[in-house]
Ligand binder design. Structure first.
Ligand code: NAI
Length: 333
């Protein structure tokens, strides 16, 4: 198939070329997919996109008008796709589920340990010849309570890691996973999780229900000084409410790999520009906030798996008219 591959970097080419082995005609495009950039796909019959590409109804309609039959997402989340519009327009949508849950779970752990032991501050201090320990006091993870919101593939992997550290694991998920209980975790309702956890880590998808799940009311229920980690999707958190929580001390540590408005920032080198997003800029001023630019998936293992499944989705669609991992419209509910 001819595929317009949007929003690509050189590292995407490396992994996709290896998985493709010349099977499909991949046209690498640096710009994100938007209504304005659809034409760049030329005569392709499929597009391949990532987390911050736009797949709203107007963009999908433009793709359909150009003869596009398949959107192959090279990610697990699909909140950026208007699935009802894709169905109406006869465009199949494929994703890469569970490509490497450990990559994201281990990144969540990296944020937890770095924040707890102030590694980000210690690194900067030592380089300056400052070996003072004031302000670097941490706490033991052993014996602490970790609340996991969303216990699919990534939440479950995170639970296993935290159990390994000797933490009590509480979890909330409208569709409980027996494996969580078998590994020593305990399901509670969301209110109890928020009230009892020392560390709260988010692993649910972004849906209409989870948008701003962590808002001012949720933060008010949390333990004073709680650690909040988000490697799921930015809009699961109301960023302004979290900033208020940081200012009051209610939130003691914040680790983010995702941000509500990350589409204008992440994956680009903006180091010689002024950040125009004042909310994001405010987050950067807190010493107890650690932000990475949506890199939790970025391990060689995960990239290899993403590329293999993406190509398999495209090949399956070409051969059978169905991708290997379709996203059904019901998933939006
Ligand atoms: P999954 O589909 O295996 O699990 C998601 C779980 O969330 C399910 O068990 C579901 O029942 C649960 N859930 C749904 N609504 C919920 C709610 N209201 N409250 C609590 N739980 C709820 O998905 P997986 O693979 O574990 O990924 C989770 C999310 O992580 C993805 O949707 C994606 O947004 C994000 N992600 C982030 C990456 C990164 O690089 N930062 C990479 C991959 C995924």
């Amino acid at each position: 198939m001819k595929v317009g591959v949007f929003g690509t970097k050189p590292y995407d080419h490396t992994f996709l070329d290896a998985a493709n082995a010349g099977r499909h005609a991949l046209r690498y495009l640096e710009p994100h997919l938007t209504h304005e950039t659809v034409a760049l796909a030329g005569d392709a019959t499929a597009v391949c996109t990532f987390v911050n590409d736009t797949l709203d109804r107007p963009t999908l309609a433009a793709l359909a008008a150009q003869g596009m039959k398949l959107v192959a997402l090279r990610c697990a989340g699909f909140n950026q796709v208007d699935l009802a519009a894709a169905r109406d327009l006869g465009i199949a949508v494929a994703r890469v589920p569970g490509y490497s849950p450990h990559a994201i779970a281990e990144h969540a752990l990296a944020l937890i340990l770095s924040l707890d032991r102030n590694i980000h501050r210690a690194w900067a201090r030592v380089r300056e010849g400052n070996f003072a320990l004031d302000g670097l006091l941490g706490f033991n993870l052993h014996g602490r309570t970790v609340g996991i919101v969303g216990t699919g593939e990534i939440g479950l992997a995170t639970a296993g890691i935290m159990r390994g550290f000797g933490c009590e694991v509480l979890a909330f998920d409208p569709a409980p996973n027996p494996a969580l209980t078998q590994s020593g975790g305990t399901y509670v309702d969301l209110d109890a999780l928020l009230a009892r956890s020392d560390i709260i880590t988010l692993h649910c998808p972004l849906t209409p229900v989870t948008r701003h799940l962590i808002d001012a009311a949720a933060i008010a229920q949390m333990k004073h000084g709680v650690m909040l980690i988000n490697t799921s999707r930015g809009a699961v958190i109301d960023t302004r409410a979290v900033i208020a929580g940081l200012k009051s001390g209610c939130i003691g540590y914040l680790g983010l790999d995702v941000y509500e408005e990350e589409g204008d920032l992440f994956f680009e080198n903006l180091s010689d520009q002024t950040i125009q997003d004042d909310v994001f800029a405010r987050l950067l001023t807190f010493p107890n906030v650690l932000i990475t630019g949506h890199q939790a998936f970025f391990t060689s293992d995960a990239m290899t798996a993403i590329a293999a499944t993406t190509i398999a989705n495209i090949t399956s669609f070409e051969e059978t008219g169905q991708p290997l991992h379709p996203v059904a419209v019901e998933r939006v509910a």
